[in-house]
Design a protein around this ligand. Structure first.
Ligand code: GAL
Length: 705
């Protein structure tokens, strides 16, 4: 009994913490206005920032004024510096050289360029790793990382953290009140966990604190299976091999907790010495969708969220990049920074082709439209040596502008015109997509079909939502849902009891909840829910999933919501209440499924819970989403736009701002329901506009709402 109390508390605590950061509000269909950012966040989010990663330590000081003048001419007003400069900041243990950084900051200020300092802990200097090799990271296969690259440290090592704390404290003391330093980035893209012996011991201790007794752990992991029962904490393995789903889920949560501790160590050092107006963030990598650790947990104590937005190979897929941006905005449910953006091309994709001319500008404005207040390109100038010589830059090895520089200079001019108009505005949505890391991990550990790709499933929902509403939030399943009339949870595999209560309250308060395939199959230990799917929400739905099927061929579906096909995954639902209506049924084509319900609905006043057990083709998905938006009374005044056109809306400070981009290959015409001021061409008022391929319009009008 005691054991259950503990686990329920653990699950509930996660939701309470999320609700707390939102100013916690019970679910209801009433609108909620965006939260007020902290004083430090206001520094970051009060205007538009354009910038680049600049590495002054790689160049003679005599060159700096020329680089900074070129930046200033391009409209750059912020640089990020220092994040790999440990060997220049502390060339020998206890010997600190901060003078060059102080001079770089002062010179940048002369060009009206502010600075974000990156703490240098992603690249420890060789004196550290050779004198203290115990701080080195151990790969999952047992090899120890060596000097000569970056990220060679163990994220759990107390000794490494001690060195981090020391250098960060000294930097914070020196620059924490420098008026030209506006913020700090902790480390750089938390990436690699370690499998060293010390980390394994910490994992075992962490499990002990969490589960209390081995009996509880063995029960929650169903360890009787294949004789996995543990009789001592020290027996529990730490590896990256496929194994017990309970253990694997716990390891991901441990990885999150360990990066959080790694971050806290530096955050405390910074907070102790920096001015309240300086913000602290970290740049999150992994193409935005990485799932090494839980991004909601890591960004919670930071002032703002920031990510690194790379497309890699290929062209900009604006739905994907838009969804990723909305996902990032949802980490803290406030505007954010793009700390690194792709300057045309990268050097790590299979084919490092360049974005087409104009697409860097389109991508930059797309970020702003989705809630970014800053875009910094990586990097300013090609380093002459080092591992990334082929990467795109704004200035070449000779110090002269690359062709892309002109495009960035154009953006710089546009940011200057638009900054005051955009300040104080943010995207605002009535519809949201719900995600959870536990669910992502639980499905990816056991995909059952390699075709079930969670990002693609998410995008299947996102595309029609974006086309029909032009504003989608993507938030944690535990976030307050009061502002949304309809929420879609495409793959909410893990539904523990507190989460079920949260979602139930939303439905009973008038919200429309749409659960997608694989929902509610598991509890917080990755155990199968005995109610079957959607687990603790079976009574609310008045139906359950009788059986799931991985599909090798599509199946026909038809019903009130339309006609089309289901792909990849199909669940046969069984209604258990007269009030539960079947919206879609499977047609012929798969004998197990023929005639079985594919989607059901249970209404509660204005609220409703809907379960969709398969992945629909694009057309039927559009119709399905359209029907639910109508039911939820969510409408966009802009209608369906020409193909390839993206419209984003930011609201606040008495204004409505539209950012409209033509990502298509030919010109497109957009008609608006009212006149708007053309921010990029002051003095012009538009209602109908024709945009060339990669064309961007920024429009504004007075608006209270
Ligand atoms: C990022 C990283 C940068 C740089 C960049 C190249 O992931 O933070 O330091 O390596 O990739 O695309």
């Amino acid at each position: 009994m005691k054991r259950f109390v503990r686990s329920r508390v653990a699950c509930a605590a996660a939701f309470a913490a999320l609700a707390f950061t939102a100013g916690g509000r019970a679910a209801s269909a009433a609108p909620v206005h965006p939260r007020m950012p902290s004083p430090a966040a206001r520094t970051a989010l009060g205007r538009l920032w354009l910038g680049a990663a600049w590495y002054p330590e790689q160049w003679p000081e005599s060159r700096w004024p020329r680089d900074l003048a070129l930046m200033q001419a391009a409209g750059i007003n912020v640089v990020r510096v220092g994040e790999f400069a440990w060997s220049r900041l502390e060339p020998h243990q206890g010997v600190y050289h901060f003078g060059w950084l102080a001079r770089a900051i002062a010179q940048a200020a002369r060009h009206h360029i502010y600075v974000v300092i990156g703490t240098p802990t992603d690249a420890p200097p060789v004196w550290l790793t050779s004198r203290y090799p115990q701080v080195l990271r151990v790969h999952a296969d047992g090899r120890t990382a060596q000097h000569g690259n970056r990220r060679q440290f163990s994220y759990a090592s107390p000794l490494y953290r001690k060195f981090c704390r020391d250098i960060v404290t000294r930097l914070a003391r020196r620059f924490g009140h420098n008026p030209d330093v506006i913020g700090w980035q902790i480390d750089n893209e938390y990436t690699n966990e370690s499998y060293d012996a010390g980390t394994r011991r910490r994992f075992q201790l962490w499990l002990k604190r969490r589960y209390g007794t081995l009996a509880a752990l063995n029960r929650d992991w169903t360890a009787a299976y294949w004789s996995q029962t543990y009789t001592a904490w020290s027996q529990i393995p730490l590896n990256a091999l496929p194994g017990n789903p309970g253990l694997m889920l716990a390891h991901r949560q441990f990885v999150t907790a360990t990066w959080l501790g790694f971050q806290r160590n530096q955050l405390q050092a910074l907070r102790a010495h920096i001015a309240p107006r300086q913000f602290v963030t970290t740049n999150i990598g992994g193409l935005g969708w990485s799932d090494n650790w839980d991004h909601y947990v890591i960004t919670r104590p930071l002032d703002i969220a920031a990510w690194d937005d790379y497309v890699g190979e290929g062209q900009l897929d604006f739905y994907r990049n838009g969804a990723m941006s909305d996902f990032v905005r949802g980490w803290k449910r406030q505007d954010y920074w793009v700390m690194e953006a792709q300057p045309g091309f990268v050097d790590w994709a299979p084919v490092n082709n360049s974005l087409v001319k104009g697409a860097v500008r389109a991508m930059t404005w797309e970020s702003i439209g989705h809630g970014a207040d800053a875009v910094l390109y990586w990097q300013w100038r090609s380093a002459l040596g080092g591992q990334e010589q082929y990467h795109g830059t704004l200035v070449g090895p000779d110090g002269r502008p690359e062709p892309l520089y002109a495009e960035v200079r154009r953006i710089g001019g546009e940011f200057k015109r638009a900054s005051a108009v955009i300040a104080g505005t943010s995207p605002r949505s009535r519809a949201a997509l719900l995600v959870s890391y536990d669910s992502r991990w639980a499905i990816d550990f056991q995909r059952q079909t390699r075709r079930y790709h969670q990002l693609r499933v998410l995008l299947d929902y996102y595309r029609p939502l974006e086309n029909l509403t032009h504003s989608v939030d993507i938030v944690s399943a535990g976030a307050p849902l009061g502002q949304y009339r309809v929420v879609f949870a495409p793959s909410l595999n893990v539904i523990c009891r507190p989460l079920a209560r949260h979602l139930r309250a939303y439905v009973l308060g008038g919200g429309i909840l749409v659960l997608g395939p694989r929902s509610g199959m598991k509890d917080q230990y990755s155990r199968l829910n005995v109610e079957r799917q959607p687990g603790p929400l079976v009574p609310l739905l008045g139906a359950r999933v009788q059986q799931y099927y991985a599909l090798d061929a599509p199946v026909a579906v038809h019903g009130a919501a339309g006609r089309g096909i289901g792909r990849i995954w199909a669940e046969a639902l069984t209604p258990r209440s007269d009030a539960t209506r079947v919206l879609l049924r499977y047609g012929a084509g798969n004998a197990w499924l023929t005639g079985e319900p594919a989607a059901v609905e249970h209404r509660y006043g204005h609220g409703a819970i809907i379960y969709l057990g398969t992945i629909l083709d694009r057309q039927l998905m559009h119709a399905f989403v359209e029907r639910l938006l109508a039911q939820a009374r969510v409408r966009s005044p802009f209608g369906v736009l020409p193909r390839g056109v993206e419209l984003m809306r930011r609201v606040g400070a008495g204004r409505e701002v539209l950012i409209i981009i033509n990502h298509g290959e030919t010109a497109r015409t957009v008609r608006l329901p009212y006149d708007m001021h053309d921010v990029l061409h002051p003095g012009h008022v538009v209602r109908t506009l024709t945009l060339r391929s990669q064309g961007v319009a920024v429009l504004a009008r007075a608006f209270r709402g």
